[in-house]
Design a protein around this ligand. Structure first.
Ligand code: SF4
Length: 474
């Protein structure tokens, strides 16, 4: 990433310390800009006429080496690209790759509608987030404009998701874009043969344009020509495959991204597209299931290697779920532990006299694992601020202590919700039992090491002994 220091940025800010932005001072804002935690538009005074030149200069300084491209319009759009770094640990990755599911005009209307609905309704709850799919790619298998236009119409009626119109035949793309131009689909793709007509369509209908060529040199040349025409909202596809050309696929994506970010090659500074769905045609002879797992593997490799738009042949959970989880894990901020708010959570209808009170850390993965194990019980859960660390790491690192538990006991008001005074701590924090008792004045019992044992533990030990919280085992 191009390193930009706050001293280079500060002179271009208003330097009034007006306090309107969140950092409250201009130097604080400069530091946050350099960390890419804010954008220049979040300093309202900079938008005044007298700072116009400074604003232009700041926007130039902070333009990402990979442009952002928006597919779709209004509330139904997805932004791809905008990458700042080659390595995630240098800062963070920007804009998770969009995943589009492909339909084509060789399918029956029922199959198309079913696949679009599967894509619409695909969702998976993962560490407090809902993971979804992002777009539909409408492919022309028959290169028949009227048939294609009809398919586009059917898909457009079935979904609000952003659309990708996929054909190398300009007449087919024109038939499709006429139907949905207001939704600003991605036209995919311009090639060395059709770039002129595709460029004209992109200009006329004001849509982003994909550019496809398996040679990077040629890809670059097409981009240069399209830019002269005035087409600058581009997405690059160097092609993909699974046999001999697997290495070339990953290598091409990597070379393009290195050239754009490290070597500042402006002509390659665009989001990258990959279409593992094309494997269907190449490998169908090997059998449907073989192709599917190969497609899923290649897709995963492309997510790891810089692809910003992925077109896959199915919304089936078995092949798509690993991709959305992988994407989520790579595109979070490595500097921030994934955490949840500390405090009290209440489940069901806890009886004040005997409802168990559990304790856990605020590391998101721990919290959601515990939550899935206890949410059907009538109980309370106190979440300790461990700065996003799991229980065992937090105990070792002194982020989970008697004082921290006392803090959440006091601030949560749990003493008013239950009449007993017993806390159940995780088995992994067993050695803090005495420390927590001293700090809180509550009795402490040590619960299971693994939260999946909590329901059985509650039944057998908490209620099973004599219905008295804080049974003899403590
Ligand atoms: S809003 Fe702008 S002028 Fe005001 S303190 Fe922040 S950076 Fe400075």
């Amino acid at each position: 990433m191009k390193q930009i220091g706050p001293m280079k940025v500060y002179p271009l800010l208003p330097k009034t310390n007006c306090g309107v932005c969140e950092p409250k001072t201009c130097m604080g804002f400069a530091v946050q800009l350099c960390e890419r935690n804010f954008t220049v538009d979040e300093c309202p005074p900079l938008l005044e006429e007298k700072y116009r030149e400074n604003l232009v200069r700041l926007r130039e300084i902070f333009t990402p080496p990979i442009r952002e491209v928006v597919i779709g319009s209004g509330d139904h759009k997805v932004t791809i690209g905008g990458a700042l770094v080659l390595m995630r640990h240098e800062l963070r990755y920007t804009n998770p790759p969009a995943i589009a599911v492909v339909v084509d005009d060789s399918m029956t209307d029922e199959t198309v509608t079913k696949r679009v609905q599967e894509t619409n309704y695909f969702h998976y709850k993962y560490i407090g987030k809902i993971l979804t799919l992002d777009a539909i790619a409408i492919r022309s298998a028959n290169e028949h404009p009227e048939r294609y236009a009809r398919l586009v119409e059917i898909v457009a009626k079935s979904t609000q998701l952003p659309l990708i119109l996929w054909s190398h035949n300009p007449a087919v793309i024109e038939a499709g874009v006429k139907v949905v131009h207001a939704r600003r689909p991605l036209l995919y793709a311009a090639t060395r043969e059709n770039w002129k007509q595709m460029g004209e369509l992109a200009l006329h209908y004001r849509c982003p344009l994909g550019v496809y060529d398996h040679e990077i040199r040629m890809l670059r040349s097409i981009v240069k020509t399209l830019r002269v025409m005035g087409v600058d909202d581009l997405v690059l596809d160097p092609g993909c495959g699974f046999r001999g050309d697997l290495m070339e696929t990953v290598s091409a994506l990597t070379q393009i991204r290195i050239a754009a970010i490290r070597d500042e090659d402006d002509l390659l500074g665009y989001p990258l597209a990959g279409a593992p769905a094309t494997l269907w045609e190449k490998l169908y002879a090997e059998g449907k299931d073989v192709v599917r797992w190969k497609e899923a593997c290649l897709s995963a490799m492309m997510v790891v290697r810089y692809v910003d738009l992925l077109m896959v042949s199915s919304a089936s959970k078995w092949s798509t779920l690993p991709l959305v989880v992988l994407r989520n894990n790579i595109y979070n901020d490595p500097r921030k532990p994934v955490s949840v708010e500390p405090g009290l959570r209440t489940f069901g209808e806890p009886d004040p006299k005997e409802a168990p009170v559990f304790i856990t850390s605020n590391f998101a993965l721990t919290y959601y694992t515990v939550l899935s194990d206890i949410e059907k019980l009538d109980c309370h859960l106190l979440v300790v601020d461990t700065e996003g660390m799991s229980v065992d790491s937090a105990v070792a690192g002194r982020k989970f202590t008697g004082a921290k538990v006392a803090e959440v006991v006091a601030s949560s008001g749990i003493a008013e919700k239950v009449s007993h005074r017993t806390l159940i701590i995780p088995g992994l924090a067993a050695r803090l039992k005495g420390d927590i008792e001293d700090a809180t004045g509550w009795d402490v019992v040590v619960g299971p090491r693994d939260s999946s044992s909590i329901p059985g533990y509650v039944k057998a030990k908490w209620y099973g002994q004599d219905h008295t919280p804080g049974w003899s085992a403590r």
